[in-house]
Design a protein around this ligand. Structure first.
Ligand SMILES: C[S@@+](CC[C@H](N)C(=O)[O-])C[C@H]1O[C@@H](n2cnc3c(N)ncnc32)[C@H](O)[C@@H]1O
Length: 192
């Protein structure tokens, strides 16, 4: 076995990729992360999904591809321009709500019911306001993070934040997790 690219990719993906290149957005999720998100999304029929850090919508496209018709995804993004790209390509999907907001403020203030899966792909919900995101996860819910292996675009000092987050997760007694040194470095956490 190898980890070749999937044969079937979300219909919207190539259009989003073109727009992402044209915009110059350089924080895009990779295919491997996408396939994992799609697979995990399919495990939650009728699920409630949250993404923090929509970007141009690549990971949202993979999540939507795995979700069934009764599931719903809220995806929060600070940058209105990149969220607009996601909206152009995915906005017709009624299972998706795109929110332009600061993720920290949204996580602190939301009245949303708990989620079945949270993909925390920005500082909020991951390195900041982790507790708020965690409290929005159902027991049995999945908390997914990527970019946990050294990345070329990490700012100075980021490695120590990554190490601290991993330690924090390792020390929790209310979850099980698997670290995967695969793709950009993914941790899959299930809340007990
Ligand atoms: C790693 S990228 C997300 C990539 C995206 N999930 C994808 O599939 O390509 C992180 C995103 O978080 C956004 N972001 C940065 N600060 C934020 C904040 N305070 N609240 C919400 N989003 C934020 C950035 O604009 C960027 O689009």
């Amino acid at each position: 076995m190898d980890d070749k690219s999937p044969e079937f990719i979300p219909v919207a993906l190539s259009g989003i990729e073109d727009a992402t290149r044209h915009h110059g957005f350089d924080m895009a999720s990779e295919y491997k992360t996408g396939t994992l998100l799609r697979t995990l999304a399919a495990s939650k029929p009728g699920g409630r999904f949250l993404e923090v850090g929509t970007g141009t919508g690549l990971s949202a496209a993979w999540l939507l591809d795995g979700m069934d018709k009764n599931s719903h995804l809220i995806s929060v993004e600070l940058d209105a321009e990149v969220s607009a790209i996601a909206n152009t390509h995915l906005g017709d999907d009624s299972r998706l709500s795109l929110v332009v907001a600061d993720g920290n403020a949204w996580l602190r203030e939301t009245n949303e019911d708990p989620f079945d899966l949270i993909f925390a792909d920005a500082m909020p919900g991951k390195y900041e306001t982790f507790g708020e995101a965690w409290s929005l996860l159902k027991p049995g819910g999945l908390y997914i993070i990527d970019d946990m292996l050294p990345q070329p675009n990490w700012p100075d000092g980021h490695a120590s934040r990554v190490a601290a987050l991993l330690t924090n997760l390792d020390e929790r007694v209310d979850c099980h997790l698997t670290r995967m040194a695969w793709a950009s470095g993914i941790v899959v956490v299930v809340k007990k």
